[in-house]
Design a protein around this ligand. Structure first.
Ligand code: ADP
Length: 385
């Protein structure tokens, strides 16, 4: 955008969850006026934005009305109405990420086909329209079935070990992937601006909660050999160019037992695997997103110190008005940064906040993070509602 600092810029952000909320900090720093739209009247970003509109990001009219007249529109989640974004773009609103990229990301089938067409490494797969169609094919188990649309945080994913598991299969158009022997799950955040400048954050490692596909710990940097880290970064940069990225892209990858790196999936926005960047890197992922969509020089992604990030998720067995317990003692420790998302209601495994621990070594940070995980909880406490 021409003369960014010479005029007032109004940015629309589709959805106001924790990602939208954290995008508001760099908006404030850069003097951008943020508008948020979310279906939830008490969305986490609402108290801190300039203007809040209640609307459905999947609805054409709501998205179009929201974006019309703004300087730029971006998003915190890819499940949004594409036609409205295309129309806004046609009307002269800057829309980032580009709707053609959002279209690919909304459909895991298109995503996988994109990797295959471009020779980008990914697990082998085929596409099916229904379980019935699938039962007629001769497949080699184990496989991972992924609903093509609307899946996230492990919802819409089923690991099927043998034909008996077909009873658990999801009955919707799906990607059927070969099950990979995963050594590590890593992620690289890459940003690209319109001028073509590309910048990546060092690879991080994600450790997931058993049984529930929620991030337990994030390690920055990833505990992988340096050459593997470079390979992952190079792959993310290649992908950014292949998709013509403008904005931020999270590239989730697997390191396989035989040390290959495969792309799992991408998200064209700030991501849970980049929360540590707020305190641990010279530039946060949220600021980098803002810089990239406004064609500003990208910031340094250098990791200042090792960090471990823990999500605070709703305690199993607790649903209702939230109360956080166990936080205060950790505030006395240097390098511990708490983020409370301001959601009023907790549910089992709902993302309610996160804590980043920045220390001189990853081991030291992990030790504190483990205590945080055990002691900090989001529970329901009706009396505190
Ligand atoms: P979501 O979009 O819901 O996060 P993912 O595609 O990331 O879904 O899959 C969720 C998890 O399932 C991954 O983090 C990984 O642990 C596991 N998984 C996905 N694909 C495979 C695969 N091909 N082989 C083995 N495990 C897989």
């Amino acid at each position: 955008m021409e003369n960014f600092f010479g005029k007032e810029i109004r940015l629309g952000i589709l959805r106001g969850g924790q990602l939208g909320r954290m995008l508001l900090q760099p908006c404030m720093n850069f003097g951008i006026i943020p508008h948020i739209m979310d279906i939830d009247e008490s969305a986490p970003a609402r108290p801190y934005c300039h203007q809040f509109s209640c609307g459905d990001a999947g609805n054409y009219d709501d998205v179009y009305r929201f974006g019309k007249g703004l300087d730029a529109v971006t998003l915190e989640i890819e499940h949004v109405n594409l036609d409205a974004l295309q129309q806004l773009q046609h009307d002269g609103v800057n829309v980032f990420p580009d709707p053609t990229l959002i279209e690919i990301v909304q459909d895991k089938g298109l995503q996988k086909q994109f990797y295959r067409d471009r020779g980008l490494p990914t697990a082998d797969f085929f596409l099916v329209d229904s379980v019935k169609e699938w039962m007629q094919t001769d497949i080699a188990f184990p496989v991972v079935q992924k609903a093509r649309r609307e899946g996230y945080d492990g919802r819409g994913v089923a690991i099927l070990n043998d034909p008996q598991d077909l009873g658990r299969a999801i009955d919707s158009p799906s990607v059927i992937e070969t099950r990979v022997d995963i050594k590590k799950e890593i992620s690289v955040l890459v940003a690209r601006n319109q001028a073509g400048q590309v910048s990546t954050f060092p690879a991080v490692e994600m450790v997931f909660h058993d049984g529930v596909q929620m991030l337990d710990y994030l390690f920055a940097p990833a505990r992988i050999p340096a050459n593997q880290g470079r390979e992952a970064v190079a792959l993310a940069e290649r992908l950014a160019r292949e998709v013509g990225l403008v904005g931020l892209l999270a590239v989730e990858m697997f390191v396989t037992a035989d040390d290959r790196i495969l792309i799992n999936e991408i998200a064209p926005r700030p991501h849970n695997s980049g929360h540590h960047t707020i305190e641990a890197c010279r530039t946060s992922q949220f600021e980098q997103h803002i810089r990239s969509i406004f064609n500003l020089p990208l910031g340094s992604t250098e990791l200042i110190a090792p960090a471990v990030m823990v999500n605070i998720v709703g305690e199993p067995g607790h649903s209702g008005p939230v109360a956080y317990i166990g936080i205060e003692p950790f505030l006395e420790l240097p390098g511990v940064y708490i983020h409370r998302y301001g959601k009023k209601i907790t549910r089992p495994h709902r993302k309610m906040g996160h804590v980043t621990v920045v220390r001189d070594s990853l081991d030291e940070a992990l030790e504190i993070a483990q205590h945080i995980k055990e002691e900090v909880k989001a529970i329901s406490c009706q009396s505190q509602s």
